[in-house]
Design a protein around this ligand. Structure first.
Ligand SMILES: [Fe+2]
Length: 149
């Protein structure tokens, strides 16, 4: 299973996106803890809600940065975000339907898909484009170049 602590191996070359990913690690770890320890429906539900909202916010930010960096696979990457968002929605629905047994397996598979497959492979792939664009922006416009939005 994926490690639940962010480390430098996960860096995508953007401070703001690395910070987003640290928060996602923490939320996924909380979700994993909540399902592993059979927390109440309310607790699991509230962690899921925060994770779903934060993921949406982070994905839109990452997509804007990829497009600004002219990353050639931005469109395919957005599709991967939609797939991850769909998985979170499905987990929310199963949780609401009271499928507690399935929930734990679904969460394990979400952790693998998101941390190991998505961040370590798909997100790291845009790193060189984002870094090059940041350098170019820095050379022209200094630090106030919008990379933190
Ligand atoms: Fe991504």
């Amino acid at each position: 299973m994926a490690m639940l602590t962010w480390d430098e191996a996960y860096s995508v070359g953007s401070a703001i996106l690395d910070s987003d990913h640290r928060i996602i690690f923490s939320l996924l770890a909380q979700l994993n803890d909540a399902t592993d320890t059979d927390q109440s429906r309310e607790v699991v539900g509230s962690v899921l809600k925060v994770l779903a909202e934060y993921a949406e916010h982070h994905f839109r930010r990452e997509e804007a940065i990829m497009r600004r960096a002219n990353y050639p696979l931005a469109e395919q990457h957005e599709q991967l975000h939609h797939d991850l968002e769909k998985k979170v929605t499905q987990i929310c629905e199963r949780w609401r339907a009271g499928e507690r047994d399935a929930l734990s397996t679904d969460v394990q598979s979400l952790l693998k898909n998101w941390l190991t497959d998505h961040i370590l492979e798909d997100d790291k792939a845009y790193g060189p484009w984002v870094e090059a664009a940041q350098e170019q922006d820095g050379a022209v416009g200094g630090p106030a170049n919008g990379w933190t939005t």
